[in-house]
Design a protein around this ligand. Structure first.
Ligand code: ATP
Length: 132
């Protein structure tokens, strides 16, 4: 089966794959060849792609997952191959977001801080999982 991961700017991935594991708004799910058609909204999280028993991790930040006739498409705001993730930057983004959320006195945009925290956590998860 085939998977394309597409963002506003570019095609991040466009290859044949054996297995796909990703995170929809209703939870994590996996897709194997000949799965029934699926159309679902994606959460901010990590997508794992298996090819010849080797796997690659991507962040996928919301968007839509579609699978039909052994072709999968992920259309997402932001997607990064785990190898391209700057772990130090993601750690500081996580700390920044956590500090904002903990600071009850400040006028913060909690939704924005929560979204930044979710992106940072997805990046760290993708980067850590890819090395294990
Ligand atoms: P930061 O606060 O560190 O900028 P962010 O979550 O606000 O993080 P985004 O708005 O999600 O960043 O992404 C902006 C751009 O920066 C995107 O192209 C994204 O791929 C890239 N980017 C963000 N964080 C990282 C990271 N840790 N490693 C590599 N690229 C990153």
């Amino acid at each position: 089966m085939h998977l394309k991961i597409i963002t506003h700017d570019k095609i991040v991935f466009d290859e044949n794959v054996d297995e796909i594991y990703t995170r929809g708004v209703d939870g994590e799910f996996g897709i194997l060849k000949d799965h029934v058609p699926v159309m679902t909204a994606l959460d901010v999280g990590v997508t794992k792609v298996v090819q010849d028993s080797k796997y690659t991790m991507f962040t996928t930040m919301g968007g839509v997952f579609q699978f039909k006739d052994n072709k999968a498409i992920i259309l997402t705001d932001v997607a990064e191959n785990s190898n391209d993730i700057d772990v130090v930057r993601a750690k500081s983004a996580k700390e920044r977001a956590e500090a904002r959320l903990a600071d009850k006195s400040a006028e913060i945009d909690a939704k924005r801080a929560e979204a930044a925290l979710a992106r940072a956590k997805a990046r760290l998860q993708a980067a850590i999982s890819s090395n294990s």
